[in-house]
Ligand binder design. Sequence first.
Ligand SMILES: Nc1ncnc2c1ncn2[C@@H]1O[C@H](COP(=O)(O)OP(=O)(O)OP(=O)(O)O)[C@@H](O)[C@H]1O
Ligand SMILES: [Mg+2]
Length: 490
Amino acid sequence: MSSEAYEPGRIQGLTREMIDALMAMFEKASAGAIAVDRESRITWINDSYCQLLGKRQSDIIGQPVRRIIPHSRMPEVVESGDPLLLDIMEHEGQQLVVTRLPWYDGQGDANGAIACVLYDDLQPLTPLVARYRRLHQDLQAARKALARRLRSARYSLSDFVGATPQALEVKRKARLAAGRDMPVLIRGETGTGKEVLAQAIHAASRRAENPFVAVNVAAVPETLLEAEFFGVAPGAFTGASKYRDGRFQLAHSGTLFLDEVGDMPLPMQAKLLRALQEGEVEPLGSGQVQSVDVRVIAATSRDLPAMIAAGQFRSDLYYRLNVLEILVPPLRERPADLGILCEGLLAELAGGAGPEAGITREALELLGRHSWPGNVRELRNVLERALTLAEDASVLDVRALAQALPRLGTAETGRNPGVGPGDAAALPVRPLADVLARAEADAITAALDATGGNRTRAARLLGVSRSALYERLGRMSCKPDTCPGSRTPD
Ligand SMILES: Nc1ncnc2c1ncn2[C@@H]1O[C@H](COP(=O)(O)OP(=O)(O)OP(=O)(O)O)[C@@H](O)[C@H]1O
Ligand SMILES: [Mg+2]
């Protein structure tokens, strides 16, 4: 130690020389001691801590501390330069009482940290620890319940309605996928039930009790995708003051649903492929990798083989995701399912409140003549709309459905035929916000109809970004009046 007397405030804290002197004492008095450098890599560890961790010293030195001790808060101490004098740390079911101190170079910058395990046997601290354990258990239970609510699957396989051979084949494949822990790629047009299937596969798999985390690739701005997927370390970019988990970490031990995977930009495809191959992710700006155990289910409405041929999608990623492929047929290819789907959707729309509405045979035939570019989602919207327009809401007839179905000819102009600029007197006066929202919804519906539901191309036609289109679709889906496929016949 330095021969100079210690003067409070003269130096920022412990220096290397002080640490050298203290270490011998720490080592003797504690159940384990460890030191890390400025990058939070382990530079030294004593024998008793190695024994406690059940690892050899040679496997530990040089490793990022969190890789060896996942709940270590050493990086926080090095980063902030503030000690954590007393803390209880979980390690493989054991609770360790630890103290952590940063140490400084001559200029007063934190250069690393040391920590020692004060107690690995919590006997002397029994009353305190009992209280801590209780609080900890309550917290864990609350967290689990919240996670279950936020990240659980809402659908099971019985929610995928259909009795045609095409629908039964989809269900057979989904059941197969649920029984095996392999990547699945679900392909199909918009509204065919890809998300329903993804959730159903998770709910029937061995991961059912663990999180189901969905990320819609098309809805996340390109610049934020990496952070969204892999998480962010403090200081990675302006405003990132705290560590934030990515979707991969949130889905750990469960299922990650990559929706609209065909909309992923090429550089991000390379990063995703690496994460899937290694089973490891690196939070942005952390320089540290974390292992994740995630089952991936991907979905897309785009023609991936054609995208591969055009150089827009990586073939290696395609083969990685496409271990088992489920092709969901569009509704127009299984019109025989319309009856059973209407029955299921009308029951769902009744929501258990009173008897569900029926539908006449003629009305069903009318539905069979529509091309259903929006598939089952569109059917649901049409039925919902018809219910509000029907004179007798207990039976949907041709009249109610004819009014609810999108009318040919309106899609191109977004305007009601027969009502031109000169007919202003015939127009009902409505709040401007409603009129604008309707015009926006009509334009979006027209673009989706024109592109067969392809949102990327629809966004391009509308001259807005994909994420802007998704944001508007999200708003529209809350208002039945402005849902694509549920136009109001003014
Ligand atoms: N086979 C089905 N049986 C019952 N409901 C279905 C079926 N397919 C879709 N739906 C309903 O249609 C709506 C859209 O389904 P979902 O979100 O799964 O479609 P998607 O294929 O993921 O569409 P997108 O490509 O637009 O994201 C939901 O309300 C869902 O409940
Ligand atoms: Mg979807």
